[in-house]
Design a protein around this ligand. Structure first.
Ligand SMILES: NC(=O)c1ccc[n+]([C@@H]2O[C@H](COP(=O)([O-])OP(=O)(O)OC[C@H]3O[C@@H](n4cnc5c(N)ncnc54)[C@H](OP(=O)(O)O)[C@@H]3O)[C@@H](O)[C@H]2O)c1
Length: 238
């Protein structure tokens, strides 16, 4: 049986690192990515650079010997953009956030879909979005919520358009997850008091989100394509 190859963006830490570990444990060849090439299995490219997605895809194809079976759009950035900043700084922050959290994922998805269509092979995309896509976010994070909502629109469109060609798309919306990203947010929003808003009484672990990502990448029924899975301790029940 051919070993499947997965490209996981933002695999250096947090949720991406957990996904990488969990996929490797299932025997998948994982091609990682981060801003810098921290090891031989990680492609370095800063997603604020408009050429990054193309370079990542080409490097991943080379490492995968011309074949990628799974794309996991996980890389993300969560930085405050208060409305009181100067117009140009606010706009720069907005555009960086959209590029990292949405545009790069769209570009990589496009490369993946074209790759699978050209080869007539099945493929899967897993998008790591956010609870913010549905619930909105803090007053300093319009850009983040908008990007993640855009990612859900992208995901649903891919699922509907290409299911008949064997291309499946799944999305995961984590709430707070115990990574550097959540730590910054919790600290900025009053710390543990925020946990009172989570009926489960704790934030998610990266391993929990990785379990969901691996399920979507390898095990989820094809009929589930287009689905959005929540993981937020019932803090936002839809
Ligand atoms: N943690 C949460 O509470 C939470 C909640 C909802 C959704 N999410 C989503 O889950 C995903 C993973 O989050 P996380 O908490 O694991 O984040 P994290 O610990 O902050 O890690 C972010 C990852 O994305 C990469 N990345 C960030 N900016 C980049 C850039 N400009 N270019 C290239 N790579 C970049 C980082 O690479 P470097 O190490 O090189 O910086 C790192 O691998 C994100 O899409 C996030 O929006 C997280």
């Amino acid at each position: 049986m051919t070993t499947l190859t997965a490209l996981v963006t933002g695999s250096s830490r947090g949720i991406g690192a957990a996904i990488r570990t969990a996929l490797s444990a299932r025997g998948i060849q994982v091609i990682g990515h981060a801003t810098r090439a921290i090891d031989a299995d990680t492609i370095g490219a800063d997603l604020t650079d408009p050429t990054a997605a193309g370079r990542i895809w080409e490097a991943a194809l080379e490492r995968g010997h011309g074949r990628i079976d799974v794309l996991i759009n996980n890389a993300g950035q969560f930085q405050a953009n208060p409305i009181g900043l100067s117009d140009i700084v606010w706009l720069d922050n907005w555009e960086d956030a959209l590029r990292i959290n949405l545009t790069a994922a769209a570009e990589l998805s496009r490369f993946a879909v074209r790759h699978w269509l050209e080869d007539g092979r099945a493929g899967r995309i897993v998008h790591v979005a956010s609870r913010a896509a549905y619930r909105g976010d803090s007053p300093d994070h319009w850009h983040y919520a908008a990007a993640k909502a855009g990612m859900i629109g992208l995901h649903k469109t891919i699922a509907r358009q290409y299911a008949a060609r064997g291309i499946m798309s799944y999305a995961i919306c984590p709430g707070f997850t115990d990574t550097a990203m959540a730590g910054d947010y919790l600290a900025s929003r009053g710390g543990p008091g925020l946990l009172a808003d989570i009926p489960l009484g704790r934030v998610a672990t990266p391993e929990e989100i990785a379990t969901m990502a691996v399920f979507c990448a390898l095990d989820a029924p094809e009929s589930m394509t287009g689905a959005v899975l929540d993981a937020n301790g019932a803090s936002y029940v839809r």
